[in-house]
Design a binder for this molecule. Structure first.
Ligand code: NAP
Length: 600
């Protein structure tokens, strides 16, 4: 057996012996180390001085690489960590990128330079992939870290009271363990880049200093390609055509749910079951008019933000977040109102939480009628953020240039005003010419098992069923031998049984083995998916004990927590575990990636 593949002499121009030597030399090096070797060679070729030093500076023996560690629920923290990693690599700085659940906690004591990018779940919890690490860090086993320099970027949503709580806790804990904080923790709100971009710049500057590599990396290193699948990204989305857009609940259903088929043709965008499609919302002219009217402002009035000047109507239609209330918006309004100022006072968390939950920005504008200029309005709002929808199709079943979505249209009346969802309303009302700007958000934590003989259990009430349509399609196309069990729930069986005929067909053709249903409003007492889980507890526990994978998708606030608690009960009743043992068992499944959640 020959471990070194035969080198291609025609490409390199090196003779075979040298190439074999070179391949031996670089075998096993990380990408960052390979870039460092390339930088060294380029400097040698250009006969620049200090060449020996620059390689020494990046050699792993003399300077351990920086670690970029991320914990991500919806992909934003991951995206930023990857961005930092690309920047470090492009400068030839030695670094590695690690997802929190792949991080070996014993490595912590050896780290010298650590950048943490981590989100906070709505209610102040870590993302699923970072639970284990967070517990370790905040627990008694965490080592003293006087050797370590670090910086933390927290991500969150300021419409929740526990905004960035996890980033803050990690930042404080690392310092408590003796590590040196390089610069203040970033706390990024939904308009992530406003905080993240300067934080990433600062991290790069500090990494250069700490790793003592000349900042003038050769141009050839900057030009090293970064693997990309498509030129379309979150920042440069693809204007997609809509192939189908239909209501999939009965006419008299209490809510509108739509099935969309979106063409990705020509975009190069690719996805896997479990991934989400990001949609940039656009507010309708009627929505924009409602905002202009309440403030008595002119659509054409110019306003600036981040170095761009646009007419106010453009800021409101595509650039700014109009449907979610944020703390900074309340703070801007509070300048002229003492009631609101009180809600913001320290210790008044409950009042602020209920304000943020119950009102939308337009409700407050109607109530307080501030005398704002176009510029003041633009300053008070957050930038628009895309909405993520779990993709409801498998590329193997529908073709790789097509993605399906299942969308509940948010539509309600509150405080005398009618409110429609920013993205769901846009998708529902867009009509013939609808061309949503889209991108693919990968979700590595929500994947089918690699082993097709493993059983899977899927819990997806409401539109949470979307990714499970993709899973069932995918496993059918691949001829997977493992069994599939779906728990679905919705309000009424007659009107809200999403994809009913498809599930029945899947049961017939053997691609779905079991379907348990919970229609909450078909009877007086509510029946939810967790009631069905409990009824099937013994069998469910058997499946999981035999290695089945468990997936939950849908509402994070109530459903996912209740399902989690029910699973703990099931492990006690049917697995004979203590309450603590049952919790550990479930945490362990989470850490192993055998219990995955796509909830928000
Ligand atoms: P939903 O409002 O979650 O309702 C679906 C069913 O769940 C209803 O029968 C509801 O009953 C029931 N339910 C209410 N509280 C529950 C609880 N504590 N435990 C278990 N079931 C409960 O349905 P939806 O409007 O379709 O929303 C789905 C959720 O999934 C949203 O939060 C959405 O953000 C999230 N999500 C969607 C996607 C996607 O791609 N579509 C992906 C990830 C997450 P009652 O209303 O009768 O009480």
């Amino acid at each position: 057996m020959n471990a070194v593949s035969r080198p291609d002499t025609t490409v390199s121009g090196l003779d075979e012996d040298k190439l074999v030597l070179l391949q031996e030399l670089v075998r096993g090096l990380s990408p960052a180390q390979l870039y460092a070797v390339a930088a060294h060679s380029a400097a040698l070729a250009e006969q620049r001085p200090a060449v020996g030093r620059s390689l020494a500076a990046v050699a792993p023996a003399s300077k351990p690489p920086a670690t970029v560690l991320y914990g991500s629920q919806t992909g934003n923290a991951k995206r930023l960590a990857e961005r930092l990693m690309r920047q470090l690599e492009s400068e030839g700085l030695p670094a590695r990128l690690v997802r929190a659940d792949a991080y070996r906690s014993r490595d912590l004591a050896q780290e010298r330079l650590l950048f943490v990018v981590i989100s906070t779940q709505g209610d102040g919890e870590p993302p699923d992939d970072a639970r284990g690490l967070f517990d370790f860090l905040t627990g008694k086993r965490a080592p003293a870290l006087s050797q370590l320099s670090f910086a933390v970027l927290g991500l969150g949503d300021s419409s929740y009271p526990e905004f960035c709580a996890i980033g803050r806790a990690i930042d404080a804990r690392l310092a408590e363990l003796g590590a040196s904080r390089l610069f203040a923790a970033g706390e990024a709100d939904l308009d992530i880049d406003e905080v993240a971009a300067p934080w990433l710049d600062e991290a790069l500057v500090r990494a250069r200093e700490q790793l003592s590599v000349a900042s003038h990396a050769p141009a050839s290193i900057h030009a090293l390609p970064v693997a990309t699948v498509s030129t379309y990204t979150r920042e440069t989305p693809f204007a997609a055509a809509v192939l189908a857009n239909q209501r999939i609940v009965a006419r008299d259903s209490e809510r509108e749910v739509r099935h969309l088929e979106i063409s990705l043709a020509g975009s190069g965008l690719r996805y896997q079951p479990g991934d989400a499609l990001g949609i940039w919302p656009e507010h309708s002219p009627a929505d924009v008019a409602a905002w202009l009217e309440v403030l008595g402002l002119d659509a054409e009035a110019p306003a600036n933000r981040a170095g761009r000047e646009l007419p106010l109507s453009r800021w409101l239609s595509t650039e700014l977040e109009l449907t979610r209330l944020s703390r900074p918006f309340v703070a801007a309004l509070a300048l002229a109102d003492s009631d609101l100022a009180e809600a913001l006072a320290p210790g008044n968390q409950a009042a602020l939480s209920s304000l943020l939950r119950e009102y939308r920005p337009l409700d407050l504008l109607h109530r307080y009628r501030p005398r704002w200029s176009a510029q003041q309005l633009v300053d008070a709002l957050r930038v628009q953020t895309p909405r993520l929808y779990s993709i409801a199709s498998s590329p193997l079943a529908v073709g790789e240039e097509e993605a399906h979505l299942t969308v509940t249209v948010v539509d309600f009346i509150a405080h005398g005003l009618s409110h429609r969802g920013a993205a769901s309303g846009f998708l529902a009302d867009g009509g013939e010419g609808l061309a949503p700007r889209v991108f693919v958000e990968s979700n590595e934590r929500f994947r089918l098992p690699e082993d097709p003989s493993r059983d899977i259990v899927m819990i997806g009430p409401g539109t949470g069923v979307a990714p499970f349509r993709a899973f069932v399609q995918e496993r059918r196309e691949r001829g997977a031998s493992g069994r599939q069990w779906l728990f679905f729930g919705n309000r009424h069986s007659r009107s809200d049984f999403l994809y009913q005929t498809e599930w029945q067909e899947a049961l017939r053709d053997g691609s779905l083995h079991r379907l348990d249903l919970a229609f909450s409003r078909d009877q007086r007492e509510k029946i939810y998916v967790q009631h069905r889980l409990r009824e099937c507890g013994a069998e469910l526990y058997d499946w999981l004990s035999a290695g089945a994978y468990l997936y939950v998708c849908g509402d994070a606030e109530a459903m996912a927590k209740d399902v989690h608690a029910t699973l703990i009960d099931i492990a006690q009743v049917h697995g004979g575990r203590s309450p603590e043992g049952a919790r550990e068992w479930l945490d362990d499944l989470l850490k192993q990636g055998r219990y995955a959640r796509d909830v928000y």
